[in-house]
Ligand binder design. Sequence first.
Ligand SMILES: [Zn+2]
Length: 145
Amino acid sequence: MDNPHEYFMKFALREAKDAESRGEIPVGAVVVCNGRIIARAHNLTETLTDVTAHAEMQAITSAANVLGGKYLTDCTLYVTLEPCVMCAGALGWSQIGTVVYGAIDEKRGFGKFAPGALHPKTKVVAGILADECASLLSDFFKKRR
Ligand SMILES: [Zn+2]
């Protein structure tokens, strides 16, 4: 296995592409526990007509269902875009072990607006396959214009 962060981010990217093919903004996420993917999710705001249906929210719910517990202390979330303030808050409640994200979100990212939203013990790794994650989004918005 090459860089494990890049390895799992590729699965999050696959989810993001899946979102795009359904007319959703291409953001994807996976949750990894003990080296295994236990949840895959992508943005569903259009499909569910729900502004809270971000990839991370779906991934948190799905991972908790799989584990049968609400805390994700031993899990790592991989997401193609920096979580927004809402998702960072939800990830904070989940007490997730690590958050790894791809592209930085200058406009909505939690880093700038709510750096304290995550649980104090949560580790953050930024910028994994960032170019690929970002170009998926910029291409999507270019096509929509
Ligand atoms: Zn979000």
